[in-house]
Write a new protein. Structure first.
Lengths: 264, 286
């Protein structure tokens, strides 16, 4: 392996600062004691964090986002496990087409999905329904879960399943006692990735949420277009903290580099 | 794996298929129909059909300008991501073990932070009180206005898209045999020639898929132009949003969204074709 020269290291330093700059500034400004968006220099204050919790809009939106992310990640895991096993364990006509269909929400812009779902919801009278919103989020997070499950189940030794079956285990037993435990890291990694993607999603959600079902990123978007005060910075800093927390768990469970870069 | 004629795989994927048919295929079809529906500002969407919205989009200078702006911003973003992402991925791949994964994570982790938060961060950095304007004022260069210009949108888009460029390039660099690089160097190739003739051709597939992802996502980006472009600087996604939620002209909004989808696919497929041909030529495959 050849070493990087000083110019290369400087370049790397610049890129790293570029990537961190907007997140760092948001977290700094959140601690300002004043009323304007400035970096505090002499005094630090938690008043804007306190203000977030007094702002019932943001609190409601946070709970909406949290339940939505938990429900859609769980539902998409529940449907992606059998679908993922169908794709890896069987060779059948239409397998590639099916795989392509399941991954297509990654290619169709969320904007287009948003307007399409708004049309569906308005025709069937589902606007403002939290249940339908969960289904919409399930659709967009399923590719993430499916990819990790497909990677985990094609990476595991399927002879283990054959061995269990030949020893007289039923199909159900094989799944619950052999397959599922072996693909579990992929399943939990997929669930968390789905959770964070649902929690962060704004472009599709802005079309299909109502004032009652509004999610935190949508509420933040609306707030940022209307007003400029450090409240927005405090909410953002809390979101960064929450994301960092999920990232640590994701790293312990599955390896963050594997989740982000994809399976090896 | 067994070739099967049973319907087991279809039964297993039935719930997922049902979801994708009901919430992806059917709504897309409905939207395509919607884009041909007649719209009246007083009575709303009618059951009659017309090509008016398509004609309006293709003949109105305003939409032409919006589409043109969207695609050049997406193209510039893709270009910058290429110029920055390729060397950065290469530098990262040459780092020693602890630093390598630490820096890779720092570059990729912002992917998991909501795009609204990142856009807000950039509005702080690029605004009148932001660091760039402060430096310019300190140097007596006067106020520089970046926020609410194309460049604010491009800078923030590069920040959001860079991980999508680095991931596929990183993946193809990982597959590279380091022995090949050393062989080229030991055969007296200069480091630059090694980079250009040995390493680069092997990461072209990664560069290609990275560029396609970045272009597609940039052209349909919504929150970044919405928050950093201001009221006047519209991209297709923000115009679609206005048509839907302010003008309430859903058929026109649907038309714009579908044209964006198709234009995106056309640009991506032709880019793919051109690069593939060039790549095959350089690898000596006809």
């Amino acid at each position: 392996m050849n070493k990087n020269g000083p110019i290369a290291l400087l370049f790397n330093g610049l890129i790293i600062s570029f990537m961190l700059a907007p997140l760092v500034i948001v977290c700094l400004v959140a601690f300002t004691p004043g009323n304007t968006l400035t970096i505090p220099t002499t005094e630090f204050s938690l008043r804007w964090f306190a203000a977030v919790f007094d702002h019932s809009d943001f609190v409601t939106a946070f709970w909406n986002s949290l339940w939505l992310a938990i429900a859609s990640a769980s539902l998409s895991t529940a449907i992606a496990i059998p679908a993922g096993l169908a794709i890896t364990r069987f060779q059948f006509k239409g397998r590639d087409a099916l795989n392509g269909l399941f991954l297509s929400p990654l290619i169709v812009p969320h904007l287009v999905l948003g307007v399409a779902l708004l049309r569906l919801f308005s025709l069937i009278g589902a606007t403002g329904s939290f249940g339908w919103l969960i289904l919409a989020h399930t659709l967009i997070v399923t590719p993430f879960v499916l990819r990790l499950i497909v990677a985990a189940s094609s990476g595991m030794d399927s002879h283990c399943e054959d061995a269990a079956r030949s020893l007289g285990a039923s199909r159900g037993t094989v799944f619950w006692r052999v397959t599922l435990p072996m693909i579990l890291p992929g399943v939990t990694g997929g669930w968390l990735l789905a959770f964070i993607n649902s929690f962060d999603e704004v472009t599709m959600s802005i079309f299909v949420t109502s004032p009652v079902t509004v999610t935190l990123p949508v509420r933040m978007y609306m707030y940022a277009t209307e007003s400029v005060d450090p409240l927005m910075a405090a909410v953002s800093a809390l979101m960064v903290a929450l994301t960092a927390g999920v990232m640590v768990i994701l790293d312990r469970l599955y390896g963050l580099d594997k989740v982000l870069v994809g399976e090896k | 794996m067994s070739q099967t004629k049973s319907n087991a795989p279809w039964l297993l994927s039935a719930p997922a298929i049902a979801l994708f048919v009901a919430l992806l295929l059917a709504p897309m079809l409905m939207t395509a129909v919607l884009s041909f529906n007649v719209f009246d500002y007083n009575t709303g969407i009618k059951n009659a059909y017309t090509l008016d919205h398509y004609i309006a989009v293709f003949t109105d200078d305003y939409y032409y300008e919006v589409f043109w702006r969207t695609f050049w911003i997406a193209a510039v973003t893709t270009g910058i991501c290429l110029l920055v992402g390729v060397p950065e991925a290469y530098i990262l791949s040459r780092m020693k073990t602890p630093w390598r994964s630490i820096f890779l994570l720092i570059v990729l982790a912002p992917l998991l932070v909501s795009v609204v938060v990142r856009a807000f961060g950039w509005s702080l950095l690029l605004g009148p009180r932001g660091i760039f304007n402060q430096i310019s004022l300190a140097l007596d260069l006067g106020n520089i206005k970046i926020l609410y210009t194309e460049w604010a949108v491009i800078i923030a888009l590069v920040h959001v898209m860079l991980p999508f460029m680095i991931i596929p390039i990183w993946t193809s660099l990982q597959k590279l045999d380091p022995g090949v690089e050393n062989a080229a160097l030991s055969l007296a190739a200069t480091p630059f020639a090694t980079l250009r003739r040995v390493i680069f051709p092997q990461v072209v597939p990664g560069i290609l898929s990275g560029s396609l992802i970045v272009f597609g996502l940039s052209a349909s980006a919504f929150a970044i132009p919405g928050l950093l472009g201001g009221r006047r600087l519209k991209m297709v996604a923000t115009v679609v949003y206005d048509e839907y939620l302010h003008e309430l002209n859903w058929p026109l909004g649907a038309t714009l969204a579908l044209i964006l989808l198709v234009a995106n696919l056309v640009v991506m497929l032709s880019y793919n074709k051109i690069l593939e041909r060039k790549y095959q030529k350089s690898m000596g495959v006809a």
